[in-house]
Every structure is written in structure tokens, then in C-alpha cells.
Write a protein that binds this ligand. Structure first.
Ligand code: GDP
Length: 370
């Protein structure tokens, strides 16, 4: 019976119920597998036959156990972050786990950066955030998993820093780690079959994808951990697509008087509280509708129009959408107010402003990157 079957690839117990869990096999595929005597879970099947990597999720405990063992080995740690949500991409406590191992920061989604922004400024910001999180990265690189930008350079950089050691690729979910890994696999294997092996991490139930490197060491993909502070967790998938930066961002500039508010759909809000009339440049996905209104009525306006005029959230999800939480900033020098996972507003003149974000999602201020 089903209960006694194990995947010959990764050793997971075969099950046909839940796609998101280990060992999932569609019932039809299971029947075929039994006929041929080769039962593979869907993930191993795709990996073996199409060199297609699927995600694995880990529970917090499993994840910590895995991180813990990375610290005990000599390895290069490649940390993937989303450049639109560097803060939400940080793995809490990672610095304690990597031990003395070097960390290479990889910022994903460079394809969406407006041309007017120098990648070096983003790299600088990423390194800074990593240091705030207690990491001491040896270097940083910007890539696009989607467009396969800089993947060869990334492989070269990895080669340079790994010094014959194993390489662990880590990242929270939604940063694009799977997309990057698939590009790496493509580049590294030239679509040869059976290059990749899956293996279980000793002492845990975790799967790791191990890609053999020339010298007998491995490039190891690790499961993603869910970071609950990401915007992805407060939106439906469709809404998330509306707001996630997809194509090159086209900045839009607003002239605002103090006492004016901008709504970013119904997801976030920006108040210009005091200062001179000034311009504010918005860097968001082009599909995100920005609505200007008066600050004094803004809260009432929001209550009335959330899920309607102000979308996302859509009407159905609106009642359960978290309340917006306010953060005030005194801006002294040109700065960006970053709405995690969404984009940012460049503030060019001194003044007092407020950023409102869904409870649990972050806003941060940084030195202007222009
Ligand atoms: P993972 O959870 O870290 O493995 O993330 P995925 O690889 O599943 O990617 C998460 C989302 O980001 C998906 O909607 C991808 O299409 C998108 N994505 C991944 N890489 C890129 C990229 O380089 N540029 C853009 N614009 N989107 C990307």
C-alpha cells in the first residue's frame, strides 16, 4: 500500500494527498511508477527528467537545524535577497549560524530596477542592511533570475570565493531563490541528465538539492523559510502580482503641499506632514494605482474606499486586510522611504513625513540611492 512506499530519489515517504508536502506524487504517476518499479516523488521526477527544481519548505525547527549544521562545516554561504525587500529577505539569526564561513550577498530582480539607478548604490544598500543584520558579507552581486542576468558572473564569483568548499544557497521564500537555482542548474549542467542528486540532510527530514561541482564539492540548495514580515503574506496571489515589481519601474513624480497624502492602492500610504511644497518620486510597479488626497480626511477616506477605489486589497480580501500602521520620519537629507516588497518614494527636500504599512510589514528610511 501507499504507506510503505518511499521515493527512490530523496527517500521521502510517497503520498498523493498534498502537493505542498514532501513525497507528493499524483495518483496516476504513482500507478505508472509502480508498473516500472521506479517510484519517484513529483519533485525528484521533474528534477531527474527536466532538470526542473521545485521548492521545498522547511518548518522553523528544521530550518534552524539545517543552519546550525552549516556553521559546523567549511562552506561558502550564498544569501539571496530581493532588492525590493532587503529587510524582509533577512533570515533572523543567520549571522549566528554561519559561524566563520564567508557570506556572499546576491540581490535578485535587477531587471526591474529603473535605468536611472546605479546598481552599485543598490549593492551598497544591500551590504549595509546585511551588516545591520550582523553579517559581514565578503561581496555582493546583483542578478535577475527571471532574465538570467549576471548568472555566469555569479558562478564565477562563487568559484572565486568558495576556495574548494561546498556552497550553500540560502534565502527566505519569495526572494526568487528557486528561479536563480534553475538558472544556475541550466548554466552548470548544460541540461545534461542526472547531474543533480537529491540527498537528505543527516539528522533531519530535510531535502537538499546537491549539484556536484568539478572538484567533488557541491552547490547545495536549501529549503526556503517563510518570513512573515513579507508583503506576500498579506495579499492574495493575484493582488501580489499587481504590486510586485515586474517590469522596469517607471518613476512617477508628484508635487505635494504639506497636508497631502498619497495612497499606494489600498496597501500603503504616504503623508507629507510639514515642509515646503516639494516633489516626491514614486518607484512602484506600474500597475499600482496611486491616489492623491488631503491628509486631514485621509483616514476616513481609507475606511470608505479600501477594497473599492483603493485596491489592492480586492473587495473580498479587504475585511481581513491588516490595519495600516504609521511611522513618522523627519527627513533631513535626500532620502528614500522604502515600503518593503513594494518599492519606494524618494523625498528630495527636508520635511516631516509618515509612511503607513500593513501591520507586520516594514517601512524603512535610507539615504537616497539616486
Ligand atoms: P523562492 O520562493 O525564493 O524560491 O522564489 P521564486 O523563485 O518562486 O520567485 C518568487 C517570485 O518572484 C515569482 O513570482 C517569480 O516570478 C519572481 N521572480 C523571481 N526572480 C525574479 C527576477 O529576477 N525578476 C523579477 N522581476 N521577478 C522574479
Amino acid at each position: 500500500t501507499e504507506e510503505e512506499l518511499y521515493c527512490i530519489g530523496c527517500g521521502a515517504k510517497i503520498q498523493t494527498e498534498d502537493k505542498t508536502l514532501r513525497g507528493y506524487t499524483p495518483a496516476s504517476a504513482l500507478a505508472k511508477g509502480l508498473e516500472s518499479g521506479q517510484v519517484l516523488c513529483q519533485r525528484c521526477f521533474r528534477l531527474r527528467h527536466y532538470n526542473q527544481l521545485e521548492k521545498v519548505f522547511a518548518t522553523d525547527d528544521e530550518f534552524l537545524a539545517m543552519l546550525d549544521s552549516i556553521g559546523e562545516e567549511k562552506a561558502l554561504v550564498v544569501k539571496v535577497v530581493d532588492i525590493f525587500d532587503v529587510y524582509g529577505s533577512m533570515i533572523p539569526g543567520l549571522h549566528r549560524f554561519v559561524g566563520n564561513n564567508p557570506v556572499l550577498m546576491v540581490g535578485n530582480k535587477v531587471d526591474v530596477l529603473p535605468r536611472s539607478i546605479k546598481p552599485s548604490r543598490i549593492k551598497h544598500w544591500m551590504m549595509k542592511q546585511a551588516r545591520v543584520a550582523g553579517l559581514r558579507p565578503i561581496d555582493a552581486m546583483l542578478v535577475s533570475g527571471k532574465k538570467a542576468t549576471n548568472i555566469d558572473d555569479l558562478l564565477e564569483m562563487i568559484e572565486k570565493y568558495r576556495e574548494g568548499r561546498d556552497v550553500y544557497v540560502v534565502g527566505v521564500t519569495n526572494v526568487g531563490k528557486s528561479t536563480i537555482m534553475n538558472q544556475i542548474i541550466k548554466a552548470a549542467t548544460g541540461n545534461k541528465e542526472d547531474i543533480i542528486t537529491t540527498s537528505r540532510f543527516p539528522g533531519t527530514t530535510l531535502d537538499q538539492i546537491r549539484i556536484p561541482l568539478d572538484d567533488g564539492t557541491f552547490l547545495i540548495d536549501t529549503p526556503g523559510i517563510i518570513h512573515h514580515h513579507q508583503i506576500a503574506h498579506v495579499l492574495s496571489e493575484k493582488d501580489l502580482n499587481l504590486v510586485s515589481p515586474q517590469k522596469e519601474l517607471k518613476p512617477v513624480t508628484y508635487q505635494l503641499n504639506p497636508g497631502q497624502t498619497l495612497f499606494l492602492g489600498g496597501i500603503a500610504r504616504f503623508d507629507y506632514i510639514s515642509g515646503e511644497r516639494a516633489s516626491f518620486t514614486c518607484y512602484f510597479n506600474n500597475d499600482l494605482k496611486i491616489h492623491r488626497t488631503k491628509l486631514e480626511n485621509a483616514s476616513a477616506f481609507y475606511e470608505k474606499h479600501k477594497g473599492g477605489l483603493l485596491q489592492p486589497p480586492n473587495e473580498k480580501d479587504s475585511p481581513s486586510f491588516p490595519d495600516l500602521v504609521k511611522r513618522e520620519y523627519m527627513v533631513k537629507e535626500p532620502s528614500d522611504i522604502v515600503f518593503s516588497g513594494l518599492g519606494w518614494i524618494a523625498v528630495h527636500k527636508p520635511g516631516k513625513i509618515a509612511a503607513w504599512v500593513p501591520e507586520g510589514v516594514d517601512a524603512v528610511i535610507r539615504e537616497s540611492i539616486i
